[in-house]
Design a binder for this molecule. Sequence first.
Ligand SMILES: [Cu+2]
Length: 143
Amino acid sequence: MLKKYVLSITTLIMMLSVSLAQAHSPPPEAKIYFIGLTNGALVSSPLRLKFGIEGFGITPAGSKGKIRHTAGHHHLLLDLDDLPDMDEPIPHTANHIHFDKGETEAVLELSPGRHTLQLLLGDEEHEPQAPPLLSERISITVK
Ligand SMILES: [Cu+2]
């Protein structure tokens, strides 16, 4: 009897932690990507970027309510060799660009030469979802 009780408590805790973990978790088919820009592209500056998303939504930083669990906002990782810590808020630097208003387009001034671009979605507190939604990291050359 006691064993059965302990088991059901364990099951309850497991179920609770699964539902908490899923709260901000995009479905496996969700993805983010650059629209119309491919790895190796030769581009000119200023560069107009378009951010695509499928299977998950866009909502501004600081959003409250249920939308937080199914949407986030884009971040552009510019010329970064290492990804930021996925368990911490994404830093605000010149190389970690936040689109807090839920923007899906940006115009970027870039110096001539090679640059790398990658998108990372973040939640209402700028933390990556779990698992994170990351685009492919692409290399471009600015004329
Ligand atoms: Cu952010």
